[in-house]
Design a protein around this ligand. Sequence first.
Ligand SMILES: *Cc1c(COP(=O)(O)O)cnc(C)c1O
Length: 416
Amino acid sequence: MFLNMLCYLERLLTLLQKLKYIIMNTKNKGFNTKLVHAGSYEDQFGSAVTPIYQTSTFGFKNAQHGADCFAGKSDGFIYTRIGNPTIKAFEDAMAELENGFGGIATSSGMSAVTSVYMALLGQNEHIVCSGSIYGPSRGVLEQDFSRFGVQTTFIDTADLSQIESAIKENTKVLYIETPTNPTMQITDIAAASEIAHKHNVLVVVDNTFSSPYLQNPLDLGADVVLHSITKYINGHADVVGGVIVSKEEAIHNKIRHAMVYMGGNMDPHQAFLTQRGLKTLSIRMDKAQESAMKVAEYLEAHPKVEWIKYPGLKSHPQHELAKKQMRGFSSMISFGLKGGLEAGRTLMDNVHLSMLAVSLGGVESLIQHPASMTHAGMTPEGRAEADITDGLVRYSVGIEDVEDIISDLDQALAKV
Ligand SMILES: *Cc1c(COP(=O)(O)O)cnc(C)c1O
């Protein structure tokens, strides 16, 4: 009797806490307020941030509570692969920032990509993708999903007429990355979604290069948005992870099922670090993109630079589209050196401040030469087809003083 009463009191307390959260929720607050406060819950100690719940499993209060958890009648936690308070805090924050139904945190960006493929595609079904999506996002379709009968067509999604003609009877997904890595090509998300939806095709957008601060694909018509949080969202080059946000509950549940059963979950420590990084997303991005504009202008005027692609420059062929669809131009720059492969290698060997490394979107500036590094395994013909020229250099502008970034590039370019 007494135990039963305690149980009811506890349930009442949980309900009251929920009510308080609803009243205090951040849904109609500004983006920066959401960054700091979305996805935070009170615990018994009044912790200022969600602690790391480093536990694999959660004890049920009694048999009924266990049954309720499994039946989805209680929002208690069961097992960390299925859900965990630290992970949930980050997922809820991301769902709010991307204006979606719910978030799903994953062990890596690639785990987010493959969970979405696994959930939305089946045997003899077809997906249409931007040709220059992130290499492994393309490779896993060509080398792995193809073995299970998934068909893929790669097109230039920046050219809307190609989308219309690539869609077939069995097409289920249109998969877009914008801007693309490393070619900085931009796809009109609203227009592409309209075409896809006419044919009952779901639209998935990899929003890694923009982050929710600059672009919200779900608001533009997409059904699912995903990120490698390894990049801008965590932003400190110390976590690998991913996240998926869906607009609708049914799609969210389908993808969550795939992620949980495939075991692609994030762990609590990853989630803690990522939410800590997330809180400063806008101030990091503001600083990085302000510097990126200056670095881009410097490079555009440099005699050894043959071409440059930065969405913020008027010379970018889709500058107007970028202005319409994004709230800023992010901090990724691609440029081509006169002198090809050799010039690229010389530049890499002479930078000091800019770190010679893959990845992007962190506080530190990173430089990379795809032809001799990330895309060296491709044939020269394959690289040409993907627009990866020998002189292409990719630069991720960090938050150091821009004068130092430019002077580092300047002294290295002098040796090219
Ligand atoms: C890095 C990246 C991924 C993969 O993310 P990981 O966290 O490395 O698994 C996917 N898409 C884009 C655009 C990326 O830059």
